[in-house]
Design a protein around this ligand. Structure first.
Ligand SMILES: NC(=O)c1ccc[n+]([C@@H]2O[C@H](COP(=O)([O-])OP(=O)(O)OC[C@H]3O[C@@H](n4cnc5c(N)ncnc54)[C@H](OP(=O)(O)O)[C@@H]3O)[C@@H](O)[C@H]2O)c1
Length: 230
């Protein structure tokens, strides 16, 4: 199993859940750090050569990647009139094109092995929209098209591709937001609280399992009801 962005936040919880379930897990991050028991590989997903060599290292240690969780992501929030080309392309290159790169690389051996699970970490704001996040929201919405097209290409080979769409989850990414904004998100969430990374990991673990073999091209919210209807 390979998780990108597995050293912190939601990705770390996914790695820890897979390890607890008894799987061999590799993790990509820029630092190369990973939870104890996982194989940490330094790989910036915005670098195609690093993705290729990172996969080679994971495959050399664990064999072909049968489960891929493309979770690495970042935000560069600002209002649209202030958003620079660099703010836009920096986010798109990691969140969307990075996901394409790792999915393409993983698909090869999944097709050969006639089994595979691809899960993308999207976001509630992909379909809900969010002021100050046109780059981030667009990158996450595009993952739906990516997963659905992969489903149509690879579905017959027993490979599924799905998007998990977390709402507001307590991690480094959200720790930088103002108390005001956090209070607004909490109020807008019917569950009345923020989510935990392990709650996203539980959904990813299900989508990666044999039981989820007939679920593909789906967008599964883990958002306490924040995005209902979107
Ligand atoms: N927290 C939320 O409320 C929330 C809600 C919806 C969706 N999400 C999504 O969930 C995912 C994880 O978010 P998080 O909250 O756990 O964020 P986080 O704590 O900021 O962690 C982001 C992870 O992505 C990795 N990463 C960033 N850029 C990378 C790159 N170029 N190459 C490789 N790895 C890279 C980081 O590792 P290094 O920095 O060490 O490279 C880190 O492991 C993201 O896709 C995010 O958009 C989060």
């Amino acid at each position: 199993m390979l998780v990108t962005g597995g050293n912190r936040g939601i990705g770390r919880a996914i790695v820890e859940r897979f390890l607890a379930d008894g799987h061999k897990v590799a993790s990509f991050s820029r630092s190369g750090d990973a939870p104890d028991g996982a194989l940490g590989i330094a790989c910036d997903v915005s670098d195609p050569a690093a993705v290729d060599s990172g996969f080679a290292a994971a495959e050399a240690a664990h064999g072909p990647v049968e489960v891929l969780v493309s979770n690495a992501g970042l935000t560069r929030d600002t209002l649209v009139l202030r958003m620079t080309e660099e703010d836009w392309s920096g986010v798109l290159d990691v969140n969307l094109t990075g996901s394409f790169r790792v999915a393409k690389r993983a698909a090869k051996s999944m097709i050969r092995g006639r089994w595979g699970r691809i899960v993308f970490t999207g976001s509630v704001v992909g379909l809900y929209g969010s002021p100050g996040q046109v780059n981030y929201s667009a990158s996450k919405a595009a993952l739906v098209g990516l997963a659905r097209s992969l489903t149509r290409e690879l579905g017959g080979r027993n490979v599924t591709a799905n998007v998990v769409a977390p709402g507001f989850i307590e991690t480094d990414m959200t720790a930088v937001l103002s108390d005001d904004l956090i209070a607004k998100y909490r109020a807008a969430t019917p569950a009345g609280r923020l989510g935990r990374a392990d709650e996203v990991a539980a959904t990813v673990a299900f989508l990666a399992s044999d039981q989820a073999g007939f679920i593909s091209g789906a967008v599964i919210p883990v958002d306490g009801g924040l995005g209902m209807g979107h």
